[in-house]
Design a protein around this ligand. Sequence first.
Ligand SMILES: O=C(CO)[C@@H](O)[C@H](O)COP(=O)(O)O
Ligand SMILES: [Co+2]
Length: 220
Amino acid sequence: MSAQINPSILAADFANFERELGHIASADAAHVDVMDNHFVPNLTFGQPMVERLQAVSPIPLDLHLMIEDPDRWAPDFAAMGVWSVTFHAEAATAPVTLAKKLRAEGARAGIALRPGTPFSAVEEILGSFDQLLIMTVEPGFGGQRFMAETMPKLRQAHEFAKRTGLELQLQVDGGITTDTIGIAAEHGADTFVAGSAVFRGEPAEQIEALRQAAAQHTHE
Ligand SMILES: O=C(CO)[C@@H](O)[C@H](O)COP(=O)(O)O
Ligand SMILES: [Co+2]
């Protein structure tokens, strides 16, 4: 698979989301960081906001739920017709049941790991998911430094998927730039979330630069 670039609109202009989504129309999906000020110390988008983003976006929405009790809330987000819904392994009580509900609503099911959560926390349930998100910063804020210490976990996930024949999209999220994307690609990531790196410049140019940097390092 060629590298997928999902810009995070956490770094976009919050007063102009429709216009900002138009600026990233060449990307594969728009990454939407939903934060509840409990699972992480930050508050972002609620359901009515995501509903409107879904209505006006020219590209699919990739939701990253950083919320407590995703078992209760995630299916409602999936029912909006978004492309994918990813919740955190640390927050869910019945992740496999929840993944089934997300898929039943027509969304891809994703599970995310904080930097300190080991791969073993999800290894046995990955067959129920379409994507695994390895956080490369502590969730909560954009603009943080890429944590290279998460790379062995990414490689472990990549090797596991290859060995077991699992079709799993492997995302990285946090601190992804043209300098760090190559390291993540070499360790097996195929989908790259980037917020500040895309929106701090001209978004279409930054998306293309990230694609090219990833392509030079893609791992087989
Ligand atoms: O989920 C998160 C942060 O919790 C991310 O999606 C950030 O929005 C990425 O921002 P950058 O690190 O690329 O600025
Ligand atoms: Co995110």
